[in-house]
Design a protein around this ligand. Structure first.
Ligand code: TRP
Length: 360
């Protein structure tokens, strides 16, 4: 992704932020996660809190738990049922109101595999995108290179990896979403979704609005090892971790030997990242926190980070513990989300059949 297109997306996101507050009824949000493990602090500050904010602003929200996307770059689905449950719990604990079948309105949380009509949209959509366009997608290229390095799959990267941005276009377009809160790495996929919407309209008549990316304003948190915070890298602070585990994880974080703490993202990225973590949790600027710690060194820094993270997550974790015992409720939420997603997808597929002249 070039810096100019990121700048353009950032500027457009600022405009959208203004519009969505002025007229939330005009927007429908779809976003989601792969169920590869429980969500972490980076997800919370970067995406989960934002989803709750958009809902609170009055926007209808759809969340896909993208179970088919799990097998784009690995051979096994792992404990997909358990992971879907964890991701759902994280959303509920973060304060998202969800449909649960009781008639109370809320976000629609659903899984790919439970919504056949959504998946069927992928077939006509694939015909709208060239193989060369798929191969140029920078995120897919990076993921392909990583899968090749890991030696995933006997025959190298699989076909679903190459085509998943089109599947993701179906996630977005099946419910007519026009706003997709995502991180920078997802911008190429949004371009694919826009392309599919536009080309479908040119070929068969307009059915889908062109969705727009809403880039998160939150800065990117790194993991405790200074690399990208990721569910699978063992460098994250899971939302479901308890306070002692959080303390342990923070204690193991990489820092450097210079005793005086300063906020210098370029020269001391790991220290800066810890300061940022504390800052996002306690709402004070990282420079001020660094000054306060001064000569206290990494021990004092880590103490501050642990306290801030634990305090910030305390209410969320309490809710999470309570909900973790409510299996019937969790099942009801997924059943209600899947049922509603199916209704919406069936109606969309019917319009697609009509537009394509495939009604028999
Ligand atoms: N690819 C996204 C991720 O890895 C998850 C996802 C699946 C998604 N479908 C989506 C995000 C549709 C936004 C819109 O995080």
């Amino acid at each position: 992704m070039s810096t100019t297109s990121i700048d353009v997306a950032r500027r457009r996101s600022a405009e959208l932020e203004h519009d969505l507050l002025a007229d939330p009824g005009r927007f429908r949000v779809l976003t989601g996660d792969r169920p590869t493990g429980p969500l972490h602090l980076g997800h919370y500050v970067g995406t989960l809190a934002n989803r709750v904010r958009l809902q609170t602003a009055g926007i209808e929200v759809f969340v896909v738990i993208a179970d088919y996307q799990v097998i784009t770059d690995r051979d096994s689905v792992g404990d997909v049922r358990g992971n879907v449950r964890e991701v759902l719990l994280d959303h509920l604990a973060a304060g998202l109101s969800v449909r649960d079948g009781s008639g109370v309105p809320g976000a629609t949380v659903f899984t790919h595999s439970a919504v056949p009509a959504l998946n069927q949209l992928v077939l006509p959509f694939l015909s709208l995108v060239s193989v060369a366009e798929l191969q140029r997608n920078p995120t897919v290229r990076a993921e392909t290179a990583a899968a090749t390095r890991r030696g995933s799959g006997a025959a190298g990267p699989n076909g679903l990896l190459l085509t998943y941005p089109v599947h993701q276009a179906a996630d977005i377009l099946f419910c007519g979403a026009n706003l997709v809160p995502v991180g920078q790495d997802q911008l190429p996929h949004l371009e694919t979704a826009r392309l599919v919407a536009r080309r479908f309209g040119e070929r068969y008549g307009q059915v889908f609005p062109e969705p727009e990316a809403l880039l998160s304003a939150a800065p990117l948190l790194l993991g405790t090892d200074g690399a990208k915070m990721s569910k699978s890298a063992g460098n994250s602070i899971p939302l479901r971790a308890d306070e002692d585990e959080t303390a342990r994880l923070v204690r193991s974080a990489r820092t450097n030997t210079e005793r005086r703490i300063s906020y210098d993202p370029v020269h001391r990225p790991e220290v800066a990242n810890l300061l940022l973590m504390a800052s996002l949790c306690c709402g004070r600027p990282p420079e001020g926190l660094a000054e306060e710690i001064g000569d206290g060194g990494s021990a004092a820094l880590k103490h501050l980070v642990t306290e801030s993270v634990n305090e910030h997550l305390r209410p969320l974790r309490a809710r999470r513990r309570e909900l973790a015992g409510a299996d019937d409720h969790l099942r009801a939420v997924l059943a209600a989300g899947n049922a509603h997603a199916n209704e919406v997808a069936d109606a969309t597929l019917q319009r697609v059949r009509e537009a394509m002249g495939m009604t028999y």
